[in-house]
Design a protein. Structure first.
Length: 280
């Protein structure tokens, strides 16, 4: 059953930025890491199905939504910087090793978190990490991602996203734009999403493409790592990434309800599966 537990909002100063985060519930900390241009809002639905058992911590990664930059970001170190942000957030919110659920690009960054700070992460569920290093032909995927970045720089978000949908093989596509004149709050939400898309495509997208996980550290560290895939996303690039991670770690991928965004579209069922996986 979905709860109505009050949410607290906080900010955390980190080197070069200020992180906005939300806290719900009680119990062991469950940090939820979004991917791409997404922010804490990606998990607001499923958080209500989890906060009876966990202290659910969600956040806006630096440069996105309410998390502001205080100095230029180093594009070639974004994975390491974002992982350090998550480490600092866990230091501020958890008194013992935490659970981490991470999706998409966040699932890649969480691998760096687990490699660097295994003492902070009890169990990591890495849901559909789209890292080329986890795929059968990394060079081809990196070249395709470089082309998407160059298309964004020369032609903008729309043409870049068309190529992104082809490369990632995501079915369905984005929802159609609203008809008529949007309300002021909708206009602001659309403007915020455009700013997030610009930051993602202009800065962090290429860093995810270049990232090489430290598999030795992941295998020898104390963190229990559970690769995960969506039941309805078979054949998509990120699903293949989850399967590739499982193969590299010598384990099996957990199958979750829904597709790449199953935690939104199938929140109740997804939460049930996540509890089962976290309990081991």
């Amino acid at each position: 059953m979905k709860s109505t537990v009050p949410m607290k909002t906080e900010t955390l100063k980190v080197p070069g930025a200020s992180l906005y985060y939300e806290v719900r519930g009680a119990g062991p900390v469950l940090l939820m890491m979004p991917g791409g241009p997404a922010d804490a809002g990606a998990f607001r639905n499923i958080a209500g199905y989890l906060d009876s058992d966990y202290t659910v911590v969600t956040y806006d990664p630096r440069g996105l939504s309410h998390s502001t930059l205080e100095e230029p970001v180093q594009d070639d170190r974004i994975v390491e910087i974002f992982a350090d942000d998550a480490h600092r957030l866990l230091t501020a919110t958890a008194k013992e090793p935490a659970f981490v659920f991470a999706s998409s690009g966040g699932a890649v960054i969480a691998l760096e978190l687990a490699a660097r700070h295994p003492e902070q992460v009890r169990t990591l569920v890495s849901h559909e990490p789209p890292a080329p290093a986890l795929l059968p032909d990394p060079a081809r995927e990196r070249a395709a991602m470089e082309e998407i970045t160059q298309t964004y720089r020369s032609a903008g978000i729309g043409p870049a996203m068309q190529k992104f949908m082809v490369q990632t093989r995501i079915r369905g596509g984005p929802p159609p734009p609203p008809q008529g004149e949007p309300a002021p709050e909708m206009r602001e939400a659309m403007a915020q999403m455009k700013r997030n898309m610009d930051f993602w495509l202009g800065h962090s997208f290429q860093a995810i493409a270049a990232y090489e996980p430290d598999f030795t550290a992941l295998k020898t560290g104390s963190t229990r790592i559970v690769p995960a895939v969506g039941e309805q996303s078979r054949g998509e690039l990120a699903n293949d990434g989850g399967l590739g991670l499982a193969e590299r770690l010598g384990t099996k991928a957990a199958v979750f309800p829904g597709a790449h965004g199953g935690f939104e579209s199938h929140a109740a069922e997804f939460a049930t599966k996540l509890r089962e996986v976290l309990r081991g």
